[in-house]
Design a protein around this ligand. Structure first.
Ligand code: NAP
Length: 304
């Protein structure tokens, strides 16, 4: 069935993504489907902005009256000093993925953390009070760790570079909640013991991401307890090596499309002031899955 042509006029709200590169981004497809599905006026586009052009691009987007901006690699940290106000999440995580223009000010938000929590709840897992092992200690691990630490979870951060895991755990223990996090290396002998009693295992490394979706999972199936939820932040390929290992172990496994969709919904809610709910996040996930099925080749490191 053909969809109705998009009506664009002089008042059409414009939303956008800025990143570098953004050529393979799935956000325009996802967000335009969400706008249409929610009956909201607007168009969502993507702009490739090099780091040295970030400040001038932001000034320009504001002057043009763009209603809202998503921010992706490599600008999530670089944009912080260009904000007038930061949400508590953006401040704690130290990264902005959503810019709102409100009352003459630039507000920097981070919707990755609430998006992750909402997607967990959408797959029937209550994060509050859970025990979680996070594989990785980069930007997405930090967002997920802050979100879970705020939900009274007990965390273990396991990273290839152990020192980085220790730094993240120390940050969580001092800035979010005392004694909430421990840390170790990804290859450490005690990791299987940590994993044996965990409710949630989160892969925040790019291990298994396209075009290298045929590698070994970051941890073997034998280390995954059957009752755990294995949450891979990767969504391309749709089923990752870690998800296959989880299923072999009898554990529940999900990919990162839910987090991507829920953070996108939260951004739209911030910009429009409307509550959109799970129908729209499901629509976004469906669009992502279709886009990846029809165009798997060439989707890059951050296809947000
Ligand atoms: P990042 O900041 O670059 O961090 C990458 C982390 O992975 C680091 O801790 C790094 O360890 C580790 N790592 C990299 N290569 C590894 C390898 N071969 N073996 C073991 N560990 C390795 O990246 P990020 O932004 O956090 O992204 C991580 C993943 O999450 C990517 O796949 C990204 O696409 C995905 N993601 C998904 C969403 C979503 O909405 N679903 C959002 C953001 C990110 P070292 O410290 O040792 O280098």
């Amino acid at each position: 069935m053909e969809s109705a042509p998009l009506e664009i006029n002089g008042n059409t709200p414009i939303y956008c993504l800025i990143g570098h590169p953004v050529g393979h981004s799935l956000s325009p497809a996802m967000q335009n489907a969400a706008l249409a599905g929610a009956g909201l006026e607007g168009v969502y586009v993507a702009f490739d902005v090099a780091p040295e052009g970030l400040a001038v691009a932001l000034d320009g987007l504001e002057a043009l009256g763009v209603r809202g901006i998503n921010v992706t690699i490599p600008h999530k940290q670089g944009i912080l000093p260009l904000m007038d106000k930061l949400s508590p999440e953006a401040k704690l995580i130290g990264a902005v993925n959503t810019v709102e223009f409100r009352d003459g000010a630039r507000w920097g938000h981070n919707t990755d953390a609430p998006g992750f929590l909402q997607s967990l709840r959408a797959c029937g897992r209550e994060p509050r009070g859970s025990k979680a092992v996070i594989l990785g200690a980069g930007g997405s691990a930090r967002a997920v760790a802050v979100a879970l630490a705020q939900e009274e979870s007990t965390l273990h951060i396991a990273n290839r570079t152990e020192e980085k895991a220790r730094r993240l755990a120390a940050y969580l223990n001092t800035q979010v909640r005392p004694h909430c996090a421990g840390a170790g290396g990804l290859g450490e002998a005690t990791l299987p013991t940590e994993l044996a009693t965990t409710d949630l295992i989160i892969n925040a490394t790019p291990v298994g991401m396209a075009p290298r979706g045929d590698v070994a999972p970051p941890i073997p199936a034998a280390w995954i307890p059957a009752g755990a939820l294995v949450y891979d932040l990767i969504y391309n390929p749709w089923e990752t090596p870690l998800m296959r290992a989880a299923r072999t172990a009898g554990a529940q496994a999900v990919n990162g499309a839910g987090m991507l969709a829920h953070q996108g919904v939260r951004s739209l809610e911030i910009w429009t002031g409307k509550t959109l709910g799970t129908r729209i996040s499901k629509l976004m996930e469906h669009v992502l899955r279709q886009a990846l099925a029809s165009e798997t080749a060439g989707v890059g490191e951050d296809s947000r």
